[in-house]
Design a protein around this ligand. Structure first.
Ligand SMILES: [Zn+2]
Length: 320
């Protein structure tokens, strides 16, 4: 890959993926490819891919090797901060486990965007909210998606460009199954072929199943994967049922710089989780990030303080 025609200081937005599969789709969101950076400090071990989305110069990196603890994520973040000194904020885009209940009708293939709506005091401690300007764009997009007359929604057309593989799965490929929290998945099968459909939680079928809903709320970040319906609900109850999604990488990064976490729902954080919805979940999260970025004015980004100049707190995380 060739070197970018632009110096590192011209990149203002960061896009971080945790998995290689997520990075692949992130790259596909670029309108223009710039290639690798002109230079990186010798001790920066990250690999970057640079490009443009709309009018924004974007630096992409993957937390490869982040595995199950959040240590390496902090190193990636620190390196990025030194190499790209004009970065204003970051998007953390990828998959997450949904936390549905009667009031939160979250489905596989939906999107959750982190949004500080009345977080409980404990969560406030580590929730490094995105800058006001970015949240304003989130509000605007929310209105575009939901307005009664001629709603604007570009996510689906962005996803469609990715091809069949990322489409809403046909019924014979994968089903959206939500089981009672205490009904455990049989260990012998990967998918839920042998799980008892009588243990499903009844839900209405959405009119347009393939149309992802975007939920705005708390994304809880921990250093372990939640794979139990009972555990999931217990944590959610501890935080007044305010959690929409669990993920693993954001906590350490959210403490380091202002970022917006965007997760596509690939499972329900229970023992039935499998990889069948992964691609769809990555695609919808990435498409949402792109649609949002296209709404943000480059001049507004310029007005934000570069991350490198910010005084940073260390916060607390779940599961510490
Ligand atoms: Zn199952």
């Amino acid at each position: 890959m060739k070197a970018s025609p632009y110096p590192n200081d011209e990149y203002t937005v960061r896009w971080i993926s945790a998995l290689n599969e997520e990075l692949m789709v992130a790259m596909a969101m670029l309108d223009e490819e710039h290639g690798r950076p002109q230079s990186t400090p010798r001790d920066d071990t990250n690999a970057y891919h640079l490009g443009k989305i709309g009018e924004h110069n974007v630096a992409m990196a993957c937390l490869s090797g982040a595995q199950l603890d959040t240590g390496p994520a902090a190193i990636v973040a620190e390196n990025m901060r030194r190499t790209f000194k004009n970065i204003r904020f970051a998007f953390l885009v990828g998959i997450g486990g949904g936390v549905p209940n009667k009031k939160k009708d979250i489905r596989l293939g939906d999107v959750v965007a982190s949004y500080p709506t009345g977080p409980t005091p404990e969560l406030k401690d580590w929730f490094c909210a995105p800058p006001r300007k970015i949240l304003a764009a989130v509000d605007l997009l929310k209105a575009y998606h939901a307005r009664p007359k001629k709603p604007v929604n570009n996510m689906l057309s962005i996803v469609e460009e990715l091809g069949e593989e990322y489409a809403y799965p046909e019924e014979d490929v994968a089903l959206d199954l939500l089981y009672q929290a205490d009904y455990e998945h049989g260990p012998e099968a990967e998918a839920c072929d042998f799980c008892d459909r009588k243990a499903l939680i009844p839900r209405n079928t959405r009119k347009l199943q393939y149309r992802p809903y975007v939920h705005y709320g708390i994304i809880a970040s921990g250093n372990m994967v939640i794979k139990s319906g009972i555990e999931r609900d217990k944590i959610d109850q501890r935080y007044e049922n305010s959690i929409f999604c669990f993920e693993m990488e954001a906590a350490v990064l959210m403490n380091k710089f202002p970022c917006l976490v965007i997760r596509g729902i690939s499972d329900y954080s229970d023992s039935h989780k499998n990889d069948q919805w992964r691609k769809r979940a990555i695609a919808v999260a990435s498409a949402y990030a792109k649609e949002l970025l296209l709404l943000i004015e480059p001049s507004d980004v310029e007005l934000l303080t570069p991350i490198v100049a910010r005084v940073l707190d260390t916060g607390m995380r779940l599961h510490d």
